[in-house]
Ligand binder design. Structure first.
Ligand code: SAH
Length: 352
């Protein structure tokens, strides 16, 4: 058991079982033992790889989509170009390079990052030295907000509930034989899950992310007040159904209760919850990542880049295009939604 595992067992012994959300929060964000507090988890040598680390095309196309949204909204001066959970800063660096030639865009923007991990903040500073960092999305400036969040919301802690009658039993982390184990609370009726009664049955498991509405409201309020657009990309679907809590270490799935703080923990994102929290801004229809990237011209971009390549680099470039877009890879699993003002049109790739 990891050091954090010992701490959690001692705490549960003193104060009783903890929710999956509290468990996730400690595993990911504990100041000394938390997963994100202590390491750079990305890339081949790390635990998982994300779209911007697979190919430069991802960040380039997202940058161009947001820049077009800026043009469509009349090129507002002094905008925020923000990213939530920027990882190594790769996506933003690619987006900035791709948008350099758009007259006035770079002069208008300031880059702002929302990041908790000191290790990843340092990596981001190497690629985007002029950025400003914040602990939460609330800290972003009151200005037109053009924002990207890729694989950010999936890191926010979720609670899990199993339906019994019209009430719900919560999955709780407790201890048995000196090891962590999952049990169920007594059933309680829950206002936040009232909207799930019509589409679920006895025994169904649903997930609820308590922090998601606050984050989405905070950025939507700025977009509604000042203009801008957000592109939110993650794995998930329109509503959560079933257990999607996943632990990944060294590119392999592992038991979420094993070695707390040593593996990445994520859960699928409920895109209906994003849409519900986005008022007074509006949301686009949800699209799959593959369709979104194709609409933005990833195949043309891939062909252009392929011209300069031969041998292994060409093979890996073709593989990267497939990984980002193919339905058997990330193309269908990952979804995209945009938040934008009611007076504006959606960014390219998500226009209804
Ligand atoms: N977007 C990047 C990294 C995804 S990993 C990419 O696509 O490569 C998740 C990122 O979110 C990391 O940068 C992590 O440190 C950050 N993060 C996780 N939980 C967070 C929280 N509660 N607040 C701020 N940042 C968080």
């Amino acid at each position: 058991m990891s050091a954090l595992g010992d701490l959690l067992i001692a705490r549960i012994a003193r104060t009783g079982p903890m929710s999956i959300a509290d468990y996730m929060a400690d595993c990911l964000l504990h100041p000394t033992h938390g997963y994100y507090a202590t390491r750079d988890p990305l890339g081949v040598a790390g635990d998982f790889t994300t779209a911007p680390e697979i190919s430069q095309m991802f960040g380039e196309l997202i940058g161009l989509s947001l820049a077009q949204a800026w043009l469509d909204q009349g090129q507002p001066a002094q905008i925020t170009l923000a990213e939530l959970g920027p990882g190594r800063g790769t996506l933003m660096a690619d987006a900035l390079r791709a948008t350099k030639a758009i007259p006035g865009f770079h002069a208008a923007l300031r880059v702002h990052f929302v990041e908790v991990s000191p290790v990843l903040r340092a990596a981001q500073a190497e690629r985007v030295p002029d950025a400003t960092w914040h602990d939460t999305a609330d800290g972003l400036p009151d200005a037109p907000l053009f924002l990207i969040a890729n694989e950010f919301l999936d890191a926010l802690p979720i609670r899990q509930f199993v339906r019994t009658g019209d009430a719900w039993r919560e999955k709780m982390v407790g201890i048995s034989d000196d090891a962590l184990t999952v049990g169920l609370s007594a059933p309680v009726p829950l206002a936040v899950l009232k909207h799930r009664l019509p589409d679920t049955q006895e025994g169904d498991l649903v997930e609820h992310c308590p922090a998601l509405p606050g984050v989405v409201q905070s950025i939507s309020q700025k977009i509604a007040n000042h203009g801008g657009a957000a592109l939110i990309i993650d794995y998930g679907d329109w509503q959560s159904l079933g257990n999607t809590l996943q632990a990944v270490k060294n590119h392999q799935k592992t038991d979420p209760l094993r070695d707390p703080g040593m593996a990445d923990l994520t859960a699928h994102v409920d895109f209906a919850a994003i849409a519900a929290a986005a008022r007074p801004a509006q949301t686009s229809p949800m699209a799959s990542q593959g369709v979104f990237l194709e609409r933005l011209g990833i195949t043309q971009r891939a062909q252009t880049l392929a011209r300069g390549l031969t041998g292994e680099p060409l093979k890996s470039h073709i593989g990267a295009h497939r990984r980002l877009t193919h339905p058997d890879e990330m193309g269908d699993l990952f979804k995209v939604i945009s938040i934008y003002p009611v007076s504006a049109t959606a960014p390219p790739g998500l226009d209804p």
